[in-house]
Ligand binder design. Structure first.
Ligand SMILES: Cc1cc2nc3c(=O)[nH]c(=O)nc-3n(C[C@H](O)[C@H](O)[C@H](O)COP(=O)(O)O)c2cc1C
Length: 186
């Protein structure tokens, strides 16, 4: 598929078929993430692929968080969003969850976050190219420390995640700002 077609066709998928994706395909997709550009070529990504019980446990941790975090300051600090609960249900439904970790390094926060954005976009576009669906997930941030500890990666920061699987829906394109409203030629 042409890159421009993949960009055009990609959607956030929130309904997946209950069919697994084989390891070679997941590795092909992650290889496209690996090839992304990165600030100072730091390649600040580390992928952990989780399925079945561990995946569902992570989703349950997100649901527990939305139920048990009543502290208003804590919720505001974390940018509390009601979307964490529906996102957790997407995680449960999709066969694969890719966790994207990055180094804990205060000097490289912006550069590393930008680099991970490039990496995750490559992942989502390759998934589209292969006829698969993906959902880029930030809602996992609410439980990122707990998840990192649980998986023995407390030395890293869980930045975001991607749910992956065979799509069971064809969402219409979500609205975008007009090009003329976001460009200024000087
Ligand atoms: C950095 C980032 C984080 C996102 N986090 C979530 C999330 O946690 N849960 C969710 O349902 N969608 C999430 N999305 C998907 C967006 O809601 C979606 O990209 C946007 O609404 C546009 O829709 P589209 O992807 O179908 O074009 C995220 C997207 C990005 C780029």
């Amino acid at each position: 598929m042409e890159v421009s077609k993949a960009i055009e066709n990609r959607r956030s998928i929130r309904d997946f078929k209950q069919e697994d994706i084989n390891k070679e395909i997941v590795e092909d997709i992650l290889n496209c993430g690996r090839l992304a550009p990165s600030a100072k070529n730091r390649q600040p990504w580390y992928f952990v692929v989780v399925k079945s019980e561990i995946k569902n446990k992570i989703a349950d941790m997100m649901i527990d968080y939305t139920i048990t975090t009543n502290d208003a300051i804590e919720r505001k600090k974390l940018g509390y969003a009601n979307s964490a609960n529906p996102t957790a249900n997407v995680i449960k439904q999709a066969p694969i969850l890719i966790l994207i970790f990055k180094p804990k390094d205060d000097h490289w926060i912006v550069g590393d976050n930008l680099s991970i954005g490039a990496c995750v976009q490559n992942i989502c576009l390759r998934a589209t190219d292969l006829g698969l669906g993906s959902l880029w997930i930030r809602d996992i941030a609410y439980v990122s420390e707990k998840v990192a500890e649980m998986l023995g990666h407390g030395d890293l920061e869980l930045n975001c995640a991607v749910s992956l699987g065979i799509p069971n829906q064809c969402p219409k394109p979500r609205p975008r700002k007009k090009l003329e409203d976001i460009i200024e030629w000087l």
